[in-house]
Design a protein around this ligand. Structure first.
Ligand code: S3P
Length: 178
């Protein structure tokens, strides 16, 4: 079985870095939905939100998910809001397994407290509070779509990658070099 490995989870939980390391270890192709959208639009996410609005960005995400559904095998890191649209998950599940990269609000905050590239966390005086509110709203969506949950609260990137590879082996994913 060589399905796509799709990483979902809240902003700043490390999906992109984990995906890159995982793809390196598996000698697999890596796709980051945010990076791809920025490349296609030749524009930063903050500028897409500012110029066209969030709905437009969500439409770009939807279109990309449909493309991912006909490509494999890929390691895919998704934007944190991908779970807001069930059609995205349906598309990603066609040929992929969903791994929820779970993290605590405190760890997420410490990862991204000085970052200004995430429009949904800008313009608030209390970023941790905003993270907690959004995470509370989204956690059930991450949990319910996940084939596997990987709790990273007490692990670093390498440990998380090892956990994912272990899950893949236990579930007979044939990715060769892992
Ligand atoms: C978003 C998460 C971001 C990016 C956009 C919206 C979200 O991706 O797609 O800012 O709604 O959670 P990361 O999860 O990579 O930060």
């Amino acid at each position: 079985m060589k399905k796509n490995i799709v990483l979902v989870g809240f902003m700043g939980c490390g999906k992109s870095t984990i995906g890159k390391v995982l793809s390196y270890k598996l000698n697999a192709q890596f796709l980051d939905t945010d990076t791809q959208i920025q490349k296609d639009m030749k524009m930063a996410i903050t500028d897409i939100f500012a110029n066209y609005g969030e709905e437009y960005f969500r439409m770009l995400e939807r279109n990309l998910c449909k493309l991912i559904a006909v490509n494999e095998p890929l390691i895919v890191a998704t934007g944190g809001g991908i779970i807001k649209n069930k059609a995205n998950l349906d598309a990603l599940k066609v040929n992929g397994s969903i791994f929820y990269i779970k993290s605590s609000p405190e760890k997420i905050y410490s990862n991204i407290k000085n970052d200004t590239s995430r429009p949904l966390l800008n313009g608030t005086s209390d970023k941790l509070k905003r993270i907690k509110e959004l995470l509370e709203e989204r956690a059930p969506l991450y949990e319910s779509c996940a084939d596997f949950v990987v709790d990273t609260t007490n692990s670093q990137i390498d440990g998380t990658v090892s956990m994912i590879i272990k899950i893949m082996k236990e579930n007979n994913y044939d990715w060769g070099t892992a």
